[in-house]
Design a binder for this molecule. Structure first.
Ligand SMILES: [Zn+2]
Length: 116
């Protein structure tokens, strides 16, 4: 890729980053629980019908791990936020790769000019 192409792609990534909506790190998991009631179906080993699913969000940020339970109506918006965060990481990763490539391309060009 030429420096111009790299610059164009970086500008495109910057626009995509600006267009990202709400985001949140982490992943969502489903939990099935057994309750405290003695005769509940959730303890029957034959049917094994536990309560749930309950959704929880787990994430680590600045060295601290957290888990948050999500209400049913929070699950889909949180899935979108988690997807946006993943997208942010992808876009940033590509930007950094391009920055490294651009540096290399510029050095190679400068070296070529020195040789002339
Ligand atoms: Zn139960």
């Amino acid at each position: 890729m030429s420096v111009t192409q790299i610059q164009r792609r970086i500008a495109q990534l910057q626009r995509q980053l600006l267009a990202l909506g709400p985001l949140h790190p982490g992943s969502i998991s489903e939990q099935y629980n057994v309750c405290g009631q003695l005769a509940c179906h959730c303890k029957d080993p034959k049917i094994s019908q536990k309560h749930g699913p309950y959704y929880q969000l787990s994430f680590t940020w600045q060295g601290k791990s957290s888990t948050r339970f999500l209400r049913a109506e929070q699950v889909e918006p949180m899935r979108q936020k988690v997807a946006n965060y993943r997208r942010l990481r992808e876009l940033m990763g590509e930007w950094v790769s391009l920055a490294v490539e651009r540096e290399r391309a510029e050095r190679a060009r400068a070296k070529q000019q020195d040789g002339d």
